[in-house]
Design a protein around this ligand. Structure first.
Ligand code: SIN
Length: 482
């Protein structure tokens, strides 16, 4: 494998690497130092539409391939991704900013979805239904929904793509992907590896653009698209749901979170501090499942603040390609300006600034790991997704109260708590209104478990044996005259 396969800067439609018809491009920069990395095509809505038509043509033959054959294509893709793990991780760090160790982990995590769905392709079983009539036989089969539009975010530019594309391809669907404007290079690199794995023309199409609204709206309203899968913010998710309504598409949404992390006074405090540190500060706090609100029981609050402050102060801020970096830059200037505004507003509302609270010296997009104490639900900061390296500390007295406060949000993606009381573990796990709950665990994502939220955090599940369901329709066959 030559690493030149990872240097793709053209879009990919119907098996061809193509520039935008207008010749327009979109520049990609390294968030750690502003360095120019590459230009990719700035495709139009009309070109997105052409990609959908190509995917639709390819669907007529791809859907007829055997599940075993589709699994073999995916297996080859998985092997190529892992063979290029280091080069992909370096590209990921360059365009997204996360520390190299996290980028290597993301490539392996992303590849794990391809491996998993290579295996799951063969398990899309139908069923036999005992008939109410002696003269008929009833069965169901499961068939691919058709063309899938996948719209992916910049915070996991490898894994969020494979978590959508792999089950779609395994099911027999074809795909048009629009990657985020900040991170198109990983998407193109993954596509080059998919091409090397031998996927037929039109099965995977990638449309890069500087105009996500026009291209996104085309994909989410196009009559030939039968399913949309989106990861990103809740407001955009709501817009997509409305867009998809007119043509009644299937929609999967993985949206924002406001994750509580509850530490009871019976918790193993060392483990809780480790768990909250990784859950909060991985990817500089830019994940949908990152801890957003830390609730600490009153009796251990002072002790927790002291020990957690020491752990946060020890975090190494730096460019992702520096060996000891643990907190990289934020993705762009809009992101850091938003984080600055959120912290300032919290301090103005009475939160105590315990650590950080300003840009870091490492560069324009670096923000100091920040700790705010004495936060209450009345403050604006408690009611929004932080998406930055900021911890907010709340104090609570008892179990029922903290469950109620943790649930008092329209979001419901991930929640976490630490306790060593087995009865409490069940009560709290069942009481939290979240799609995923970490019990004495700060990192819960993997390919075998269902990822997704409730309430305004989304619809559907990705990964696991459930992650292929939304790419399949159930067809009921009633055979009479027996
Ligand atoms: C996300 O932030 O959207 C994904 C996080 C994960 O898969 O762990």
């Amino acid at each position: 494998m030559q690493s030149s396969l990872l240097n793709k800067t053209l879009a990919y439609v119907n098996g061809q690497w193509v520039a935008a018809a207008s010749g327009k491009t979109l520049a990609v920069h390294n968030p750690a130092n502003g360095e120019f990395l590459a230009e990719v095509p700035d495709m139009s809505a009309a070109e997105a539409s052409a990609a959908v038509e190509a995917a639709n043509r390819a669907f007529s033959s791809w859907k007829k391939t055997t599940a075993k054959a589709r699994g073999q294509f995916l297996r080859r893709w998985f092997e190529l991704i892992m063979a290029n793990q280091e080069a992909l991780a370096q590209l990921l760090t360059a365009e997204q900013g996360k520390p190299l160790a996290e980028a290597r982990g993301e490539v392996a995590y992303g590849a794990s979805f391809v491996e998993w769905f290579a295996e799951e392709a063969k398990r899309t079983y139908g069923e036999h239904i005992p008939s109410p009539s002696p003269t008929s036989r009833l069965v169901t089969i499961r068939q691919p929904v058709g063309v899938v539009a996948a719209i992916t975010p910049w915070n996991f530019p490898v894994a969020m793509i494979t978590r959508k594309i792999a089950p779609a391809l395994a099911a027999g669907c074809t795909v048009v992907l629009k990657p985020a404007e900040d991170t198109p290079l990983c998407a193109l690199a993954l596509t080059a590896l998919a091409e090397e794995a031998g996927f037929p023309a039109g099965v995977i199409n990638i449309v890069t653009t500087a105009d996500p609204v026009a291209v996104g709206d085309t994909l989410t309203s196009h009559p030939l698209v039968r399913k949309v899968s989106f990861t990103g913010s809740t407001p955009v998710g709501k817009h997509i749901l409305r867009q998809a309504a007119d043509t009644v598409k299937k929609v999967s949404l993985e949206l924002g979170g406001n994750a509580p992390f509850i530490i009871f006074d019976d918790a193993d405090l060392d483990a809780a501090i480790k768990g909250v540190l990784i859950s909060k500060y991985r990817n500089a706090g830019q994940t949908c499942v990152c801890t957003n609100r830390i609730y600490v029981q009153r009796g251990i609050y002072e002790q927790f603040v002291e020990r957690f402050s020491a752990a946060v102060s020890d975090l190494k801020v730096g460019a992702g390609d520096q060996a000891d970096s643990e907190v990289g830059p934020l993705i762009n200037s809009k992101a850091i300006e938003r984080v600055e505004g959120v912290v300032k507003a919290a301090v103005d509302e009475g939160a105590q600034l315990l650590l950080g609270g300003a840009r870091a010296e490492q560069g324009e997009l670096f923000y100091q790991p920040t700790l705010l104490g004495g936060v209450t639900e009345q403050m604006a900061i408690a009611n929004q997704e932080l998406f930055g390296p900021i911890s907010t500390l709340f104090v609570f007295d008892d179990e029922e109260e903290v469950i109620e406060r943790a649930n008092a949000t329209p979001f419901g993606l991930a929640g976490y708590f630490y306790s060593r009381d087995i009865g409490r573990c069940w009560r709290v796990a069942e009481g939290l209104e979240y799609g995923m709950v970490g019990i004495n665990e700060g990192i819960i994502s993997n390919e075998v478990a269902p990822f997704g939220g409730v309430k305004e955090s989304g619809i559907g599940r990705e990964g696991s044996k459930h992650g292929i369901d939304d790419y399949l329709e159930i067809k009921y066959l009633c055979m009479g005259g027996i």
